[in-house]
Ligand binder design. Structure first.
Ligand code: HCA
Ligand code: CU
Length: 447
């Protein structure tokens, strides 16, 4: 038998495997609705997939293709992106989120899914008000379906999740999981409504690992209490290998764990083995790319953001210019929070160009101009010389060909700052004028 490197059984999992669900859980985010966008376009999905794969993510969860004709088409486009990157980055597994229903399963297999993430609610509320099935019924249906799938498609990666696992008593969870265990390689334990605490998470994972030592655990933590990150960290510490995350933590209601927030914290906690295979320097660029899809800035609550480098109080500004460590405790450079890591290139969409020029370089421009500049930039950057940089080319086009100028702060505000920073007997720090104008706030950004 020849060795097939695209099979999961031939894959050696890393200490932490991110299962990105930006295109599934993240699509359920109300942020899309806030911007009258409602869904990601196929182009968005392809760009997000490409970025995730380049970042080092090996598992990407998508909706089952059955949810719509569009989703089915998008599967093909996403698969094409995955295939294009195999030579460069190895194989990435595409997983379909499926109900315990043969139609979902069939559609996923037909689309070429590498794995199926089965789910069904097991808590009392879920059983009584969501699907109305009792435990015997669930076990019978799910068991039969999984048994069939496993026999007919032995190479598919099968996972089973009891939705709302943290409002499901352990005894009920085990009753179902015991029956499903022969068929799956992973059990999910989703905190669907964000009720879990770190202590509860640890207890649950330890119980699962004791009872099912040969089955991996997968975490999925919602942020209703603001615990999504803490719970994920606790889970990783308790030995959970697979973690669901999204870019910027978007998802239903207040979302789930943000991928870059998790990596940032594992780095700070010196859990370096868990960072294996991920391009941490692409963290901020991937956040920027994704924020631009949502038509927003990287939120200030995201640890890997420029906001963590933005100092508003005069005293802070001065201290930071003397020694960054005063108010910048962590190595954000390692996570690409600097303009040199913006990874501009021929594949950058116009929104990346817009974000870079407006938010990083403080130029005064609108979306229309950004689109035009992006078109010129795309052509020009293909002929880039060895000693040139995409950033320089873009800035040159913006200034010389489109006459862009910087945003400036009102004189009144500038004076205030200078007064505060301009203490006698200290060398006066040089702060470019443009740095004072970030949405009328007074701030310095380093980078
Ligand atoms: C959903 C619920 C889910 C599923 C998670 C999982 C949750 O939107 O279908 O399949 O493990 O939070 O329980 O996202
Ligand atoms: Cu969820």
């Amino acid at each position: 038998m020849t060795f097939n490197p695209f099979l999961f059984r031939n894959y050696q999992p890393r200490p932490l495997e991110i299962i990105d669900t930006t295109l599934r859980e993240g699509s359920q985010s109300s942020l899309l609705h806030d911007h009258y966008k409602y869904f990601f376009t196929q182009e968005d999905k392809m760009e997000i997939t490409r970025a995730l794969i380049l970042y080092g993510v090996k598992f990407i969860e998508l909706f089952a293709p059955i949810v719509s004709a569009q989703e089915k088409e998008d599967w093909a486009a996403i698969k094409a992106v995955r295939n294009e990157l195999i030579m460069q980055k190895g194989y990435t597994f595409l997983l379909a989120h499926v109900r315990c229903h043969p139609d979902d399963v069939e559609s996923a297999i037909a689309a070429g899914a590498d794995g199926l993430n089965f789910y069904i609610g097991l808590s009392d509320v879920s059983r009584n008000y969501n699907h109305g099935k009792d435990f015997d019924d669930i076990i019978k249906r799910a068991g039969k379906l999984l048994d069939e799938v496993k026999r007919n498609h032995p190479d598919l990666i099968l996972r089973f999740s009891g939705e709302d696992a943290f409002r499901t008593p352990e005894v009920n969870l085990f009753r179902v999981y015991d029956e499903i265990a022969p068929y799956v390689v992973r059990f999910g334990t989703p905190d669907t409504v964000g009720v879990a605490t770190p202590a509860g998470v640890r207890q649950r994972i330890e119980a699962l690992r004791r009872r099912y030592p040969h089955i991996d655990c997968e975490g999925h933590f919602h942020d209703d209490r603001g615990f999504a990150l803490t719970n994920a960290l606790e889970a990783v510490n308790a030995g959970m290998r697979y973690m669901n995350t999204t870019l910027l933590g978007v998802g239903e209601r207040s979302g789930i764990t943000s991928m870059t927030a998790l990596f940032f914290n594992l780095y700070i906690d010196k859990m370096y083995d868990h960072l294996e295979g991920y391009t941490l320097r692409a963290s901020y660029p991937i956040n920027v790319m994704f924020a631009s899809k949502l038509k927003k800035l990287v939120p200030s609550k995201e640890p890997v953001s420029l906001t963590n480098r933005t100092h508003t109080a005069g005293v802070h500004q001065k201290a930071v210019l003397n020694a960054a460590a005063t108010y910048e405790p962590f190595p954000l450079d390692q996570f690409g929070v600097s303009e040199s890591e913006m990874l501009l290139g021929p594949l950058s969409g116009w929104n990346m160009v817009y974000y870079f020029l407006k938010e990083i370089k403080y130029y005064n421009l609108g979306e229309g101009t950004a689109r035009k500049i992006a078109a010129v930039f795309k052509e020009r950057v293909y002929n880039i010389g060895p000693n040139d940089s995409p950033t320089r080319i873009l800035v040159e086009i913006a200034e010389n060909e489109f006459g862009l100028s910087h945003l400036t702060a009102p004189e009144r505000v500038k004076d205030n700052i200078v007064q505060r920073m301009d203490e006698p007997s200290q060398a006066e720090p040089e702060v470019p004028e443009a740095d004072f104008a970030r949405q009328n706030a007074v701030s310095i950004k380093r980078g």
